[in-house]
Write a new protein. Structure first.
Length: 135
């Protein structure tokens, strides 16, 4: 987990990593620590944001699939939640943030890679991220 972030962080690129799922945050931090113990001090090149990207700052719901642990999902649309397969169990809330909140962070940086996992809300995420992507 976090392979791209670790690689670019190791060669001193600035990395902004969004990871909203608590279990994945733990693994991501553990992988960073294994590769470079200075990732979390003031000179770190990696910044981890423990939130999901969404058009508004809100709370969405995180669901775990009891039959397939790789099929977990975050939903912000109540209509989609009503139609969710019975194999999904609500785990809790996930905070969201707008991608445009991070435009000041990238103003002085060259972006060489933008990797987004767009599973359930892909079009919405791309639409709300356009301003940052084109920046």
């Amino acid at each position: 987990m976090g392979l791209h972030s670790i690689f670019f962080g190791l060669i001193n690129y600035s990395v902004l990593s969004f990871e909203p799922i608590p279990e994945d945050i733990y693994i991501l931090k553990k992988n960073f620590w294994r590769n470079n113990k200075n990732y979390f001090d003031s000179s770190s090149s990696i910044t981890i944001i423990n939130e999901a990207i969404y058009p508004i700052d809100t709370i969405c719901h995180y669901y775990r699939n009891v039959k397939n642990p790789n099929a977990n999902i975050i939903l912000c649309d109540k209509r989609k939640e009503k139609n969710l397969d019975k194999n999904y169990t609500k785990i809790g809330g996930i905070r969201t943030t707008k991608m445009t909140n991070f435009i000041p962070w990238i103003n002085d940086k060259k972006i060489i890679l933008l990797r987004l996992d767009l599973i359930s809300e892909g079009k919405i995420i791309l639409d709300c991220s356009k301003e940052l992507i084109f920046k």
